[in-house]
Structures are given as C-alpha cells and as structure tokens.
Design a protein around this ligand. Structure first.
Ligand SMILES: Nc1ncnc2c1ncn2[C@@H]1O[C@H](COP(=O)(O)OP(=O)(O)O)[C@@H](O)[C@H]1O
Ligand SMILES: [Mg+2]
Length: 383
C-alpha cells in the first residue's frame, strides 16, 4: 500500500506481497486468456472483474524497457493507468512531445476496446441505451435522494455535491462509505472506498456510528475505507494519479474527494491567480472524470459555496469552483438547509428533471424525513 494511503481502522498493513503475487499470476496468463477472460465484459458498465486491469504497459506495441521504467516511475503501471491519463501527463512522465504522448494514450484506449473493457468509439444509440441500463449505482442512504439521482450515485461518473458550510456534504460522503460496502440488494456495490480528505474532516467515529445505526459491522466497514489526507493541491493531484494501484489491489468502487476545491481556493488567492487556479482545478476535475470511466468507479466530489451578498437576482449562492467544476461534473446536486431538514436539488443534469427533494441528517447519516414532513414538502412543491 502506498504511503499516501492509509486504512482508517488501524494501521494494519495490507499484504502487499499477496497483491504482487496476484498481479504476477495475471501477468503469467497468456494474452489470449486475458483477452477472452470476461465474457460479460461487452463494454457495458457492469464490467465484471476484468483482467485488462492487470495488463502492464509493456504489453503495448512500441513501449520498450526505457519507456516502461519512466512510466512506472510516474506510477503508471498498467494499460488502464495509461488510458486514464491525459497526453500532457504522459508527455511529462516520459519526456516525449505531446503528439507521441497522445498516440500512446490512444493505443492504450484501443487496447481496452480490443479487450472489450471499453466500448467502441462509434456505437448505436441502442447499444448506448443498453450500457446505460446496466450502470451500477450506490444508494445514498435516503430514498428521496436516490430518487433524485435516478437510483443513486452512478459509477463511471462524477457527482458533485455543493452547498454552504454545514449543509451536509461531508455527512453524505461518510454515509456513502458505509453504503458502498453493502451487498447489491441493500444498495451497495460490495466495494471499497478511497476517501481523499482535504479539509481534515474525515471522522472514523462517525463512520462507526452510521455503521452501527445501519446494523453493519463497524470494524469491517472501517477496514474498507482507504483514507488519503491531501495536504495541498499538488499532493491532492499526486494522490489521484496513484489511484489505479488502490483500485487494483483493494477492489475500490467509490472515490470521494471532500473537498475538491478547498486547496485550490486557499492557494490561489486574488484576481491575478484566478485563471491559474481554474486551469489547475480544470485539470484535476478532468482527471477525476477519466478515472471514473476507466476504473469503473463512482466519484463523489464536494464543493463549498459562499453566500455572495452582491447577487440580487437568481441564486444567492455560487459554487467556489465556478464554471470549471460545473462543466466537468457529470451530475451536480445543490444542498441547502431548511430548518432541521436539508433540500437537495439536481442542477444542469443531461437527463434529470431539475427538481428538489427533502432529506435529513441523523444517527444513520443521510436518511429520509418522517412521512408527514415529506408529504407536506411535496404538496408545497406542487402548489
Ligand atoms: N451525529 C449526527 N447526528 C445528526 N446530525 C449530525 C450528526 N453529525 C453531524 N450532523 C449534522 O451535520 C452538519 C454538518 O454537516 P457537514 O456534512 O459537516 O457539512 P459540510 O457541508 O460543511 O460538509 C451539522 O451541522 C449537523 O447538523
Ligand atoms: Mg465538509
């Protein structure tokens, strides 16, 4: 396990030898076996365990020992790692020009298409529809919030929760850490979580409380959460660039970045640095979108909004990340307080209606309000 990631429950070391052996074992399999290994992998989202995950970079044509070493040094071990990077990142890692890097990137994607891990570039709408129907989701813990998200947090997508301080973004993240580890019939994906904590607000004791309230074994849940504290924006980017190994070694299905924007906001102050901040944040958000798709994980990012008193029309709050985050997150949910309850609104979704639902925060983390509160809220919304 990389030094940047630590299990939250205790400092128990994951048996890296076992993982290495597993990787070696896969490597020893013939290419034919690897290619035909997963009959379910038709490029749809319900990608089963796919051996494409363990195919190392040197299996790609044109990658020799020197380039392999450079890539490995940059934490790029597998073809999937390569496909999850931008040509710029690859160019930096191997010291090549951008065109060569883009070719390598494209080759990696083609390989994953060939292995039927990724879908073809050109496909019928029927095929896309079939894939969308097979997308896996994680329950948020609240039926209302799940309904708003058409069934829960989508894998292979980035969902952004934004709202003011205390609106419940971190509570949503904590609840998801418990929910994703549930079996599918209980709303989870039976998978582990990587929690990138940038504001030092991850609390294992809150996880224990939520797990107990939901009748789960808190120790097992804590063991399934890999926490990475990010100390600055560069560190946060580095952690994300090493995600591939965590996904491979631990069966991660959810990646949380709480908050995605805090470091950028703190480090780039003033108007002069605004465009640099937006550029860096843009790069980070695009890397998140690529990681979600390539590693078949759900990504949840939070973003704090500030009340801006100079706004007289429209929404008095705006997301810190501004347009950058808005344009790269696949789904955006705006959270606000109303009395003891919380309201979630789906914003700018390519297919969801823009509507609002009510949820509450309690010992179970995210939960539904009592029925009478719920129905009076719905009635008010309709009138
Ligand atoms: N154990 C708990 N039971 C009920 N509500 C809680 C509990 N812990 C935290 N909360 C609620 O969560 C709020 C903080 O939400 P949080 O997710 O930290 O906000 P942010 O959007 O800033 O991340 C608190 O104000 C409180 O209302
Ligand atoms: Mg928070």
């Amino acid at each position: 396990m990389s030094g940047r990631f630590q299990a939250s429950a205790d400092s128990k070391r994951v048996n890296t030898n076992k993982n290495l052996n597993r990787e070696r074992q896969f490597k020893l399999m013939s290419k034919k076996e690897v290619a035909g290994s997963d009959p379910n992998s038709d490029g749809s989202s319900s990608r089963g365990p796919n051996l494409a995950m363990y195919l190392e970079v040197e299996e790609l044509e044109g990658i020799g020992p020197v380039m392999k070493t450079k890539l490995n040094t940059a934490g790029i071990v597998t073809v999937m790692d390569l496909a999850s990077k931008s040509p710029n990142e690859i160019a930096d890692a191997v010291g090549s020009d951008l065109q060569r890097a883009a070719e390598i990137c494209e080759k990696a994607r083609e390989k994953l298409v060939e292995l039927k891990y990724l879908g073809e570039n050109f496909v019928s709408a029927t095929e896309i529809y079939k894939r969308r129907m097979a997308i896996e989701r994680i329950s948020t813990g609240s039926k209302n919030l799940d309904d708003l998200l058409s069934g829960g947090i989508e894998s292979q997508a980035v969902t952004e929760f934004y709202g003011e301080f205390g609106s419940g973004k971190t509570q949503i993240c904590h609840t998801l850490c418990v929910m994703v580890q549930q079996p599918k019939e209980l709303g989870g994906l039976h998978g582990k979580v990587v929690y990138i904590d940038t504001e030092n607000t991850f609390r294992p004791e809150r996880i224990v409380g939520i797990a107990e309230a939901r009748e789960c074994d808190p120790d097992a849940i804590l063991d399934g959460i890999i926490v990475a504290k990010a100390y600055n924006s560069a560190h946060q980017e580095l952690i994300l660039s090493e995600l591939g190994k965590q996904v491979r070694d631990h069966g991660v299905r959810l990646v949380i970045v709480d908050s995605a924007v805090a470091h950028y906001r703190a480090e780039f102050l003033g108007r002069g640095t605004l465009s640099e901040r937006q550029q860096r944040l843009n790069k980070f958000m695009h890397a998140l979108v690529r990681a979600a798709e390539i590693y078949n994980v759900a990504v949840v990012a939070t973003n704090q909004v500030q009340a801006s008193p100079d706004t007289f029309f429209g929404d008095p709050t705006k997301a810190t990340g501004g347009h950058v985050v808005a344009h790269t997150s696949t789904y955006r949910v705006y959270i606000r307080k109303t009395g003891k309850n919380r309201v979630a609104r789906m914003v700018d979704s390519p297919y969801h209606a823009e509507r609002e639902v009510l949820f509450v925060l309690n010992e179970k983390g995210v939960d539904d309000p009592p029925e009478e509160v719920n129905s009076s809220f719905s009635k008010r919304k309709q009138s």
